[in-house]
Design a protein around this ligand. Structure first.
Ligand SMILES: *Cc1c(COP(=O)(O)O)cnc(C)c1O
Length: 349
């Protein structure tokens, strides 16, 4: 055994597997079953998604991680000469090592400068209509991250406005939902209202950050778009041979509501930290706290002080400290972090 260290909030991927996903994995381990997704767990997980999204004809696929899910989803919309509009801070642009371009054989990401990490209809329109000549990669799709990499949530009206713009311009709309559950918990809306009823064509629903060991689901709300997608997954090394272990955890997550309970807890922990450090001298929130992320701007010596107290965090977005909360975040540790920040702040003041 390797004993665990005190909990950190550097990433929501530091968390372990939640009990519901773990129990379903164990249940799926009983005996032998067909491979490559031909098993009853995989059928049941896909049905659970169709029920959750109130969409009987949704086509559901499972990939090992979010990078693959996003890259293959976008590749399925594009020919190599197409392009995809995304926000400058989008994970597909900044954190996937060019996977969307690679798996699409060269479809270019067109980066929109944004004020707050959210794409707007105006930004989409400007990029999509700026060039239409043969020398520029033809714009084919838009991808939005819900919630954004900075923890902000697109309101339903904002998604609807973007999808209306997409329809007007003949573009498809993809949603990177690596933290989709956190956005649902934040808005208190149904998964259907946030996706296909708001005009989203294609969703990557994150399981890993929601409490699973691994796995993201790809949902096509327009079944025609899913044609041959299974081949794409297989070619990319994303068809799990023992698929039931990728799909069964989803049954555990979706059927009993753990997906939402986990996200609510994570969001509440982010709110708890944000409230506890609000108004401190030298510390300020960089973005509105709307999901499970808190970004705090502070001078470098304060960051060093916090590290010296043993806390781990990233500063790759805007130089501030990023804290991410997961299903297992312990409120006692959240309070300990807040107290350490407060004590540093007092010393500086
Ligand atoms: C974590 C994350 C992903 C998926 O990342 P993987 O490490 O490949 O699972 C995708 N999009 C966003 C916004 C993320 O935060």
């Amino acid at each position: 055994m390797i004993p665990p260290k005190p909990q950190q909030f550097a990433s929501d991927n530091y968390a372990g597997i939640c009990p519901e996903a773990w129990a379903a994995t164990q249940a799926a381990n009983a005996g032998s079953m067909p491979a490559y997704g031909e098993d009853p767990w995989t059928a049941r997980a896909a049905d659970a998604f169709r029920t959750l999204f109130d969409k009987t004809d949704a086509q559901v696929f499972f990939a090992f991680n979010g990078t693959a899910a996003n890259a293959l989803a976008l590749a399925s919309l594009c020919q190599s000469y197409h392009s995809v509009i995304c926000a400058a801070s989008a994970h597909v642009e900044t954190d996937e090592c060019g996977a969307p371009e690679f798996f699409s054989n060269g479809s270019k990401l067109l980066v929109a400068p944004t004020e707050n990490g959210k794409l707007t209809p105006a930004a989409v329109r400007a990029l999509a209509t700026g060039r239409s000549d043969i020398h520029f990669p033809k714009v084919r799709a838009v991808t939005i991250t819900q919630p954004t990499e900075t923890g902000q949530v697109y309101a339903l009206d904002e998604i609807r406005a973007l999808s209306a713009t997409c329809r007007d311009l003949g573009l498809r709309l993809h949603m990177d939902g690596a933290r989709f559950a956190n956005a649902c918990a934040s808005l208190g809306c149904s998964p259907a209202d946030m996706t296909w009823r708001a005009g989203v064509d294609l969703l990557c629903f994150g399981g890993t950050k929601n409490g699973m060991a691994a796995g993201e689901a790809i949902l096509f709300f327009d079944p025609a778009l899913a044609e041959d997608f299974g081949y794409r997954c297989k070619q990319a090394g994303q068809l799990a041979s023992k698929m039931r272990f990728l799909s069964a955890p989803w049954v555990g997550m979706l059927e009993g509501g753990a997906w939402l309970a986990n996200a609510r807890h994570a969001n509440a922990c982010a709110g708890r930290l944000a409230a506890a450090v609000a108004g401190l001298p030298d510390w300020s929130a960089m973005f509105p706290v709307e999901a499970n992320a808190v970004f705090l701007q502070t001078p470098a010596d304060q960051l060093d002080g916090l590290r010296a107290k043993g806390w781990r965090f990233y500063t790759f977005i805007g130089g501030g400290a990023r804290f991410m909360f997961a299903w297992d975040s312990d409120p006692v540790r959240v309070d300990a972090l807040a107290e350490d920040i407060r004590s540093l702040s007092r010393r500086a003041a």
